[in-house]
Ligand binder design. Structure first.
Ligand code: FBP
Ligand code: MG
Ligand code: MG
Length: 332
């Protein structure tokens, strides 16, 4: 029987891609793997462990937090705080970034941004959710506390990014700038194994993912693009199929494997869209580009946007290159 490579082996094997690396990034990816396992275990038994429902408080964006948003955040923060690979962390569920200034963190090279639980509206109804992470090398001097500047870096500075998808199976997908690979969790063994190597968007896609309930609020260009995808044109395989789960990770994963486009545009009610640039758009954009796809805000490359605030939002269009460029044409 063919033996699959474990995530741990793959991380070590690929450490050579980073001639300057001293193993910190590998150790950090392993910490994220560990936290992911713990969150996965909690999600699998959520209905029994009284961790469904609301936490009774709001995050900095005024969204009412789900108990699992809070728990997943605590698991990632405590796992990464207990291991010395990062000097700071920012999260969707925390108003401000955390500075890890204990001795073992002071000289750490990296910072992490996370969306601990993506697709929160789906938790209580057992639909696929995820965790998204983005890793940067610090800008501030080693030995000093992490600064806001360390977090407000453009997406092109990411050294690694990825997500965990908690679906029919649990898969960890990530890139370090050398392609995108996916590892499926085998609960029987308790390890992640390489199951999707060097993932690339298929040449063509015919699935579009957008919350059409917001159609009336969309800019004209997006309205026209949606009309275009729904028109009959057998040659161009239109109308496209509509698939929207309410979880960015799930829609992105499907579109990357089968071809498609995800759109969360700006609108009258959300002038800058809904998704957060630093821990949703940038990591997915890095993965998309590494898989041969594209990610824009309708006209500009997401990864070239200069962030101004920790929780700022950005219009997000991401998927097959050709499909994103068509949407951009309509936006022009
Ligand atoms: O319900 P809406 O407005 O369509 O938004 C759904 C989108 O918002 C998100 O749930 C935002 O992420 P969080 O759940 O992490 O807040 C995305 O996963 C999803 O694609
Ligand atoms: Mg999210
Ligand atoms: Mg979230």
């Amino acid at each position: 029987m063919e033996r699959h490579t474990t995530l741990g082996e793959f991380i070590i094997e690929n450490q050579k891609d980073f001639p300057y690396a001293k193993g910190e990034l590998s150790a950090l990816l392993s910490s994220i793997r560990l936290a992911g396992k713990v969150v996965n275990q909690q999600i699998n038994k959520a209905g029994l462990a009284e961790i469904l429902g609301k936490a009774g408080k709001e995050n900095v964006q005024g969204e009412s937090q789900a108990k699992l948003d809070v728990l997943a955040n605590e698991i990632f923060v405590s796992t990464l705080r207990n291991r010395g690979e990062i000097c700071g962390l920012a999260s969707e569920e925390l108003e401000d970034y955390l500075v890890f200034d204990e001795e073992m963190h002071k000289n750490a090279e990296y910072i992490v941004l996370i969306d601990p639980l993506d697709g929160s509206s789906n938790i209580d109804v057992d639909i696929t959710v995820g965790t998204i992470f983005s890793i940067y090398r610090r800008i501030s001097k080693k030995g000093t506390p992490a600064t806001l500047e360390d977090f407000l870096q453009p997406g092109i500075n990411q050294v690694a990014a990825g997500y965990l998808i908690y679906g029919t199976s649990t898969i960890l997908v990530y890139t370090t700038g050398n392609g995108v690979n996916g590892f499926t969790f085998d609960p029987g063994i308790g390890s992640f194994f390489l199951s999707h190597s060097d993932i690339k968007f298929p040449k063509k896609g015919n699935t579009y993912s957008v919350n059409e309930g917001n159609y009336v609020h969309f800019p004209q260009g997006i309205k026209k693009y949606i009309k275009w995808v729904q028109e009959l044109n057998e040659e161009e395989n239109r109308p496209f199929t509509s698939r929207y789960t309410g979880s960015l990770v799930a829609d992105f994963h499907r579109n990357m494997l089968l071809g498609g486009i995800y759109l969360y545009p700006q609108g009258t009610t959300a002038p800058k869209g809904k998704l957060r640039l630093l821990y949703e758009c940038n990591p997915m954009a890095f993965l998309a580009e590494q898989a041969g796809g594209k990610a824009t805000d309708g006209s500009r490359r997401i990864m070239e946007l200069q962030p101004q605030e920790l929780h700022e939002r950005a219009p997000f269009i991401c998927g097959n290159k050709e499909m994103v460029e068509k949407a951009e044409e309509f936006m022009q």
